[in-house]
Design a protein around this ligand. Structure first.
Ligand SMILES: NC(=O)c1ccc[n+]([C@@H]2O[C@H](COP(=O)([O-])OP(=O)(O)OC[C@H]3O[C@@H](n4cnc5c(N)ncnc54)[C@H](OP(=O)(O)O)[C@@H]3O)[C@@H](O)[C@H]2O)c1
Length: 357
């Protein structure tokens, strides 16, 4: 059986998990690694992933990556660039990413058109995956709606003590942790962030045979009452140490679809925050469906794991979801953007792994 040839693009927190997944996956062959940092360039991919050497060496040159022969690129940078994604697609490589665009057809028509055209030109597919979005926000709730009939509200809540998440870009820029409320209000990506959360809301609506007719965004913050040490440095007193984002879409029938995040830089007791909020869980996710069937699906990690392990495993789910999507995305027909409404079920793949107990 020939293997799918894969390039790993960027080896941050998510990219490193994906790299490990590619090296281990029995149906995949790692053929290239793109890195940004000078320290990582020239290193073996196995060393970057904490595994044995693979013979594949990390490089920085984008043209060399574009020229490589490969089936698929797992594109995991921060920030991302739609023009760069299009270049990869036009070079005849499928692209899977934890970055946008999960369902860009309404929120960013221009990007959707560019991606579709690049897919047609390269005769390939584009798929945005991940954990949330890319799983909790749309794939799993859509699956559970198959158990329901009348649906009044679907709520996805993500809770995370993020003190050990080391991505400055995600924590400080995307999630505003460590910024003042004024800085957060004026963050140029605020509107972009809304659009990103409306994308999976629209995918759910489409999956239910409906459409979103009304949108609402609420961004609530709680400040630190002292300096807090974290993996991205000190979150200073009087800056944001908990953010609670709510993005809501209402369908034409009145069904509410709610994406909620509670990201905080403290433990669940919240003694370092200026006030507390009711956080349903230390870290993990809740999918709640209300209607004539009322369902609560809690997804989390065993309580005996440390907080660091919770965050690391959360990031692994993001990376591994990309890796496990490779066969489905490479084999999908009618080149273009592939969402969960287009793809078959994505599963893990054990191959001939040795199981450890
Ligand atoms: N959908 C989801 O569930 C989900 C979850 C988490 C994150 N994400 C997204 O996944 C992406 C990666 O997240 P992460 O946690 O791995 O972030 P990260 O740890 O900050 O890693 C980002 C990587 O981007 C590369 N980079 C450095 N400078 C860059 C530049 N100027 N332009 C582009 N890339 C640059 C670096 O690669 P090297 O280290 O190889 O040099 C860096 O490690 C982000 O865009 C984030 O928004 C999605």
């Amino acid at each position: 059986m020939s293997k799918y040839k894969v390039i790993q693009w960027a080896t941050g927190v998510v990219g490193t998990a994906a790299l490990k997944g590619v090296i281990r996956h029995p149906k995949l062959e790692l053929v290239g690694v793109k890195v940004y940092s000078d320290e990582k360039a020239g290193k073996d991919a196995g060393e970057l992933a904490g595994l044995q050497n693979t013979g594949v060496v990390a490089i920085q040159n984008i043209d060399a990556i574009i020229a490589m022969e490969a089936d698929c690129v797992l594109y995991c940078p921060m920030p991302w660039d739609v023009a760069e994604i299009c270049r990869l697609l036009e070079s005849g490589k499928h692209v899977i990413t934890p970055c946008p665009y999960w369902y860009p057809f309404f929120q960013d028509k221009e990007a959707a058109e560019q991606l579709q055209a690049a897919c047609q030109s390269g005769k390939v597919n584009f798929h945005a995956s991940g954990c949330n979005p890319g799983g909790i926000a749309e794939r799993f709730p859509l699956t559970f709606t198959g158990w329901c009939n009348r649906i009044d509200r679907i709520t996805m809540t993500e809770c995370g003590d993020c003190r050990t998440y080391s991505s400055e870009g995600v924590i400080r820029e995307l999630m505003n942790l460590g910024k003042t409320p004024e800085e957060a209000e004026n963050n140029p990506i605020k509107e972009m962030l809304k659009a990103f959360w409306y994308e999976p809301i629209e995918m759910i609506a489409e999956g239910l045979g409906s459409e979103v007719v009304e949108y609402e965004a609420r961004h609530n913050y709680i400040l630190a009452n002292q300096d807090i040490d974290t993996a991205v440095g000190v979150i200073e007193k009087d800056t944001i140490a908990l953010n609670n984002y709510l993005h809501i879409g209402r369908t034409r029938e009145g069904t509410e679809i709610i994406q909620e995040q509670i990201w905080y830089m403290d433990d669940i007791e919240q003694t370092r925050l200026q006030k507390t909020m009711d956080i349903p869980r230390r870290s993990g996710w809740r999918i709640k469906i209300e209607g004539d069937v009322n369902l609560i699906v809690d997804i989390g990690f065993p309580p005996e794991l440390s907080q660091e392990e919770h965050v690391a495993q959360g990031m692994s789910t993001t990376g591994f979801h990309l890796v496990n999507s490779v066969p489905a995305v490479c084999d999908a027909s009618d080149y273009g953007i592939k969402t969960y409404l287009d793809l078959p079920m994505v599963t893990g793949c054990m191959g001939n792994h040795t199981v450890t107990r």
